[in-house]
Design a protein around this ligand. Structure first.
Ligand code: G6P
Length: 368
């Protein structure tokens, strides 16, 4: 195993640091020659049929479900299609009215999660095409799907998903671009998005360079028992993912919320004993997020801000600031995920947890 670890202490650490390469592999060969859209070899659905789609339904479990929530934002934004996201385990027993031109997508790293498989079978039984995003070639979900996209990030050994998750979001962005370019997205906007996506691995490298600093922050915060993760729009699912990572590998209680929703309950938890991790992008939501931070500060809550470089955060508002590079909205969720992976990883290491094999969890859940 030491050889496989290649000098890293855990597979999770290795997989976090592999992300620039993993994301390059996810994108390889998947942009059109004119550089204005994405292309996929295995969708098995014609452009004419895809053009008829008027709703997208996404099914998954765990981190892959968070990837669906990010994809929902991106599809709405770039393709202007309504999107439904379901936990596969709920969808399989619900009986919701479905439109006739709905396209189903499942996301599953392993391609073996039983609830995801069952949700997919239910959609197929109802006569829908189901496409799959998966990392494992020839997995059950990949085989039973009508078509799909392989992630190509290599085996993920750590139970807590890292490179598979960011690759799923990247595919979500590429699919949104592809569906968008069939609809209202112009050539020039397409080129802008393609260029942004191609730049993702370098942006992730820049975040990884901050690992030593994030490790210091992790040491200062490892003794807390409760955390909130707060983000808005496409960063709300990243907040959920940050909270999940921390729970999974450090056994610290954490919850993710949309930053403004915090005042409807979670704020009751805030004291000097419950820190908050805020995602702070520049742009339309900046002032709103800052005012949520002020509400936390007024209640003596500690704050770790994950802020884009061009943000003008009021001095002293955050106890710690992790700066991420300014970036296009299509890649922001990927870039913003990396600091919370590192933070939860280093907190778990600080607490001597079994990072790659956390208690009670399985890499792939094949029982209902
Ligand atoms: C398990 C893993 C999670 C994963 C989820 C879905 O709970 O611990 O990391 O996100 O299953 O797995 P899948 O293989 O379907 O993406």
């Amino acid at each position: 195993a030491d050889a496989e670890l290649g000098g890293y202490a855990h597979f999770m650490e290795k997989e976090i640091f592999e992300q620039p390469t993993a994301l390059e592999n996810t994108m390889r060969g998947r942009f059109s020659e004119d550089g204005s859209t994405a292309q996929f070899g295995g969708l098995n659905i014609s452009a004419v049929d895809l053009r008829q789609v008027d709703r997208v339904h996404l099914l998954a479990c765990g981190s892959a479900w968070h990837a669906c929530l990010v994809t929902e934002h991106l599809i709405e934004r770039f393709a202007r299609l309504p999107v439904e996201v379901d936990y596969a385990s709920e969808f399989r027993y619900r009986n919701m009215p479905l439109g006739s031109n709905t396209l189903f997508f499942t996301i599953s790293q392993s391609g073996e999660t039983i609830d995801t498989l069952a949700g997919m079978r239910e959609a197929k039984r109802k006569g829908y095409k189901v496409l799959a995003v998966s990392n494992v070639v020839g997995s059950t979900i990949a085989r039973e799907a009508d078509g799909g996209v392989y992630q190509h990030v290599g085996p993920e050994i750590g139970v807590a998903s890292t490179k598979a998750f960011t690759s799923q979001i990247l595919i979500g962005a590429m699919l949104s671009l592809y569906l968008g370019r069939m609809r209202d997205m112009s050539f020039s906007e397409g080129v802008e998005v393609v260029n942004a996506l191609k730049g993702t691995p370098d942006l992730v490298r820049k975040v990884l360079e901050q690992a030593p600093r994030i490790r210091e922050i992790a040491k200062r915060f490892a003794h807390y028992h409760d955390f909130l993760f707060l983000g808005r729009l496409s960063l709300f699912p990243v907040a959920l993912e940050g909270a999940l990572k921390l729970k999974e590998i450090s056994y610290i209680h954490a919850e993710g919320y949309p930053a403004a929703e915090m005042k409807h309950g979670p704020i009751a938890l805030i004291s000097e004993n419950c820190p908050s991790v805020f995602f702070v992008p520049s742009g339309e939501m900046f002032n709103k997020v800052v005012s949520s931070m002020q509400e936390i500060k007024a209640r003596k809550g500690k704050i770790i801000a994950i802020a884009t470089a061009n943000c003008d955060l009021p001095a002293g508002l955050a106890d710690e600031v992790i700066t991420i590079p300014e970036c296009h909205e299509s890649v922001l969720p990927v870039v913003a995920t990396v600091p919370v992976q590192l933070l939860s990883y280093y907190i778990a290491v600080e607490l001597n947890r079994d990072v790659d094999k956390p208690r009670n969890l399985a890499k792939s859940v094949t029982v209902e």
